[in-house]
Design a protein around this ligand. Structure first.
Ligand SMILES: [Zn+2]
Length: 280
């Protein structure tokens, strides 16, 4: 198992940090954040549901999220065993939260991260989201820890289907079947009972180790192992800047902490990747 798995189990890092080199003093002006990002040599972003609420996508676990809905049993929807028995339950309901994502647009946070990557400032985006908006915004190096509906595959013969091939029938609540063998088609998002995608997790850990700055954006760091990724950066001597509406367990180790994502990211964009008309 990776170091991320070890972190989750071990509490040793807590002791190491106390005597460690991490700064405890928060630098909390936007200029400090801009300075951190512009000085970083290997800056990586970890994003969570909070960055997509601005695009009208409710946090699954938030007040308007899937887990609060009375008409859907979210645990059943994403349960692998249940899906194998009856995929129609998932496809009957997923049109209201997954097969409507093609109608959503990236917001300033997604587009700024894409621009930061284009300029070579940001090396990778690691995301807990399954809404495909980083790719839509133009980010190339994206590691989706919970998988992605960009791909679906037949559980019987393995044929791959794109989101576009599935979305039209799924919007109508129809259950697609493999055109080659009639098998069940499953989205490549992680269901309960499935492991996280190994490659995404390994790459996330590599970037976390290498990062001298990790931006944690819109994640309350409650879902593991994603939540352990910035812990790896802290352990390896990197800095973490957290911008999230609510507190996280890593706040006291953060070099920078803010709660207004749009404000902080707008400032980063204006300072580091200004729009052309602003440059002239
Ligand atoms: Zn098939």
């Amino acid at each position: 198992m990776s170091g991320i798995g070890k972190l989750r189990r071990g509490q040793g890092h807590e002791r190491r940090r106390r005597g460690g080199k991490q700064r405890k003093v928060l630098m909390n002006t936007i200029q400090d954040l801009i300075a951190l990002v512009s000085r970083a040599e290997h800056c990586v972003a970890l994003t969570g549901a909070g960055i997509s609420t601005l695009s009208g996508i409710p946090d699954f676990r938030g007040p308007d999220g899937l887990y609060r809905r009375k008409d859907i049993d979210a645990n059943k929807i994403f349960d692998l065993q249940y899906f194998l028995q009856d995929p129609s339950y998932y496809y009957r309901h997923a049109g209201s939260f997954l097969y409507n994502l093609d109608e959503k647009e990236p917001n300033i946070i997604h587009t700024t991260l894409a621009k930061l990557e284009e300029k070579g400032i940001l090396k990778a985006v690691i995301t807990q989201n399954i809404d495909m908006l980083h790719q839509k915004a133009g980010s190339h190096t994206v590691y989706e820890l919970h998988g992605s509906p960009l791909r679906h595959h037949c559980l019987q013969c393995g044929v791959v289907y794109s989101y576009e091939e599935i979305v039209l029938s799924a919007k109508k609540g129809k259950t697609p079947r493999c055109t080659k063998c009639g098998g069940i088609i499953k989205p490549d998002i992680v269901f309960f009972g499935e492991a996280l995608p190994e490659n995404a997790l390994n790459m996330a850990e590599q970037h976390a180790r290498k990062a001298d700055l990790m931006l944690v954006l819109g994640s309350s760091l409650t879902v593991y192992p994603a939540a352990a990724i910035p812990e790896v950066t802290v352990q390896c001597g990197g800095k973490v800047a957290i911008i999230n509406a609510s507190p996280t367990h890593l706040d006291r180790y953060a070099a920078w902490k803010g709660n207004d994502l749009a404000e902080a990211v707008t400032a980063l964009r204006e300072a580091l990747v200004p729009d052309r008309h602003r440059e002239s």
